[in-house]
Design a protein around this ligand. Structure first.
Ligand code: V1D
Ligand code: CA
Length: 457
């Protein structure tokens, strides 16, 4: 696998290597309903799960029933008053919460309605991301998948863009207990603003978002927004416009990823796979095929770094299910037949009942020149990090190690066994308290960077 036991090991790419995949799902997560005219449909997660089951992919990975996140776990990022509010507000009592609804940006006139079971929904998608991060931290798998997660717009004390609790920020905080540096990649058509904002001033998390920019939600993600203070240069934004094709997307994604991996050398990666960048999405405007979208998963995986794979947006739900089932197969290095197998939601895949999508015949508004300009600007930004003192990457700070040990022990104490009845899922809780030493040098600290001497000089 990845990382290193020697001071000079670099992150090596490989075209195909079997990696241990853990899959996290809670069978109730697909039963929540944002409302009749709302585009976000949690049902798509259940549809994806059924495709994954009927393609037989569950046989090749460890499937866990994830735990519901606790308020205490959420408070690692979110404010106590916001968590308490989410825990109390319901469609029946919301009239008594007028001021707080405005303050926290939820309710009828926002993108974030108060629906039945809202808080439980946030607990389920967040718990699954945290379970994935813990599994990776222990070295018990190489790839952890949670298709219900990836809600990248939520802020510390504010819901935004269909997102209430930011499971990504919480999972990254978990990964930072073990890994000195975490890379966040966001291929949702929208800018990953909540995650970028949370880590804007640190050099321990690099965020890389590709998104539609210009008259599009959330309006952030300018190429010149590169981070602040210690984090200067560590926010990477690829602003794009309508009609992105597989070819054009690859021309940005791959060289930028190569440079990020070279200069940043993350110990773990979180990949948000929002499927609204696919062709034919109800809200999106890109023109990617499943293969083009999943090429980002394949390429990320080729670096052999422990990776948490998450969902996100995606509003043409039959295509979201296709996408995440296919990307599960990419994580597993398994080929899938193009014929969709019979499953509970088979009729959704009419009229062709095929897995793959054909992009639309329409113009890519991203010109050769605009793409080249984005590519060059981002590579220039990343190259300037090479000599920056802040990148000298002391490994996990010693004090942090102690806190981390406490946190792991605490988590062990708190983890409760779930029942194993839910649709072929195992218990996502802790079975043992061993934590992997992967990625550590002999002195128990993290891997060193190949060009450390260069930096020191
Ligand atoms: F079309 C709608 C119908 C009902 C309710 C909301 C929408 C809708 C569509 N697009 N809302 C949006 C976006 N909001 C605005 C608002 C106008 N401004 C005042 C704000 O344009 C929000 C789009 C959210 C996208 C979420 C996401 O795909 O990035 C995502 N990722 O992970 C989970 C969700
Ligand atoms: Ca994005």
């Amino acid at each position: 696998m990845t990382t290193s036991s020697s001071a000079t090991t670099t992150l090596s790419k490989s075209s195909s290597s079997k990696q241990r995949v853990s899959y996290f799902y809670q069978p109730d997560v697909g039963h929540f309903y944002y409302g009749p005219s709302h585009p976000m449909k949690p049902h798509r997660i259940k549809m994806a799960h059924h495709l994954i089951l009927t393609y037989g992919l569950y046989r090749q990975m460890e499937c866990y029933r994830s735990h519901p996140a606790t308020p205490d776990e959420m408070s690692a990022f979110h404010s106590e008053d916001y968590i308490q509010f989410l825990g109390k507000v319901t469609p029946d009592n919301l009239r008594g919460y007028g001021n707080q609804m405005q303050k926290f940006n939820v309710g009828e006139y926002t993108d974030c309605p108060v629906f039945d079971g809202l808080y439980e929904f946030t607990q389920l998608y967040t718990g699954a991301s945290l379970d994935g991060a813990v599994k990776l931290n222990r070295g018990d798998c190489d790839i952890a998948i949670n298709w219900s997660g990836g809600l990248h717009h939520a802020k510390k004390s504010e819901a935004s863009g269909f997102c209430y609790i930011n499971d990504i920020v919480l999972a990254i905080l978990e990964l930072l207990k073990v890994h000195a540096r975490v890379l966040y990649i966001d291929i949702d058509v929208h800018h990953g603003d909540g995650v970028e904002e949370a880590f804007y001033c640190t050099d321990r998390v690099m965020t890389f978002s590709l998104h539609k920019y210009g008259d599009f939600f959330p309006g952030t993600g300018h190429i010149k927004d590169t981070g602040a203070k210690e984090g200067t240069g560590f926010s990477v934004n690829a602003p794009l416009t309508s009609g992105m094709t597989d070819e054009a997307y690859k021309r940005i994604f791959k060289p930028v990823m190569d440079k990020i991996m070279e200069v940043f050398q993350p110990g773990a990666i979180v990949l948000q796979c929002g499927a609204d960048s696919l062709t034919g999405d109800r809200l999106g405007c890109f023109n990617l095929s499943l293969k083009g979208h999943a090429e980002c998963v394949r390429y990320t995986k080729s670096f052999n770094v422990p990776t948490l794979v998450l969902g996100g947006g995606g509003y043409t739900i039959r295509n979201v299910a296709r996408c995440w089932a296919y990307e599960t197969s990419v994580c597993l290095d398994v080929d899938l037949p193009n014929e969709i197998p019979y499953n509970d939601y088979f009729e959704y895949y009419a009229p062709d009942f095929q897995l793959h999508l054909t992009p639309e015949q329409r113009e890519n508004m991203n010109t050769e020149a605009s793409l080249e300009s984005v590519r060059v600007d981002l590579l220039t930004q990343l190259m300037s990090l090479k000599g920056a003192p802040s990148v000298q990457m002391a490994e996990v700070p010693p004090d942090f190690e102690i806190i981390k040990e406490d946190a792991v022990a605490e988590k062990e104490r708190r983890s409760t066994k779930e029942d194993r009845s839910g649709e072929g899922m195992n218990d996502g809780g802790a079975e043992d308290d061993t934590r992997s030493d992967r990625g550590k040098t002999k002195d128990g600290r993290g891997e060193k960077r190949e060009h450390e001497a260069e930096l020191a000089g």
